[in-house]
Design a binder for this molecule. Structure first.
Ligand code: FFO
Ligand code: ATP
Length: 182
């Protein structure tokens, strides 16, 4: 199947999840994240959840990483050119919802992509080669390109990867790992 069709299907599949299914899936994903190897990870990038699309709640992950003294970085979207800029998320950082409904930092210290050791990536679905489909604006493809060579990209999803996204292209950056409920 192609990206456009997959986007519609997996958006709907997420909408159809019940609160208790989401809780069960999230707990399973959190356990897998708590068991990852964090040696060498000083700075981790996370997305702040878009609740209208029932994305995984990343707050427990943020709390876990903070306890391990890993710095947290989150992004602001530039809606004119579909790019992201990145900022440290501290306890005191004020957040504001952007036009999409994504929480963004208001007054925070900017961080260069090259500082990021680990990046958790949102998605609608991925395939067995770890290519992903997002909301279709290319924000993450543009972002991941700028990260250092040994940075690790980990996708988070409620759904098991499909066999193949037919129309993956040269802009698509494959992930190193995808975590889904197992
Ligand atoms: N939590 C989170 N933050 C993120 C992303 C994400 O997937 N999740 N993004 C990942 O790249 C970027 C934001 N991308 C987005 C792209 C489209 C829509 C959205 O609401 N689209 C509408 C159509 C709106 C329009 O076309 O103007 C829709 O799909 O109904 C939201 C976020 C950056 N931040
Ligand atoms: N590095 C890039 N430079 C220029 N255009 C790009 C780049 N990466 C992606 N694009 C373009 O952005 C558009 C959206 O890409 P794609 O369909 O892969 O989005 P997506 O990965 O589903 O979305 P997102 O990353 O926002 O979650 C496509 O037209 C693609 O060609």
């Amino acid at each position: 199947m192609k990206k456009q069709e997959l986007r519609a299907i997996y958006k709907q599949k997420r909408k159809d999840l019940s609160v208790s299914q989401i809780e069960e899936f999230q707990d399973n994903i959190y356990q897998q994240i708590y068991n990852l190897d964090y040696s060498g990870v000083k700075v981790a990038h996370l997305f702040l959840s878009l609740t209208k699309f029932k994305e995984i709640d990343t707050q427990p992950i943020i709390n876990f990483l903070r306890k391990r003294n890993i710095k947290i970085v989150v992004s602001k979207s530039n809606l004119k050119n579909n790019t992201l800029s990145h900022y440290y998320l501290e306890e005191k950082t004020v957040l504001e919802l952007n036009k999409f409904g994504v929480p963004e930092p208001v007054n925070a210290v900017k961080v260069d992509e090259q500082k990021l050791d680990l990046i958790f990536v949102p998605m609608l679905i991925s395939d067995e080669l770890n290519y992903r489909v997002g909301y279709g604006k290319g924000f993450y493809d543009r972002f991941l390109l700028k990260c250092k060579e040994d940075a690790k990209f980990i996708g988070l999803n409620f759904f098991k990867p499909i066999y193949q996204i037919e129309d993956s292209n040269d802009f698509d950056v494959p992930l190193h790992q995808v975590i889904y409920p197992k």
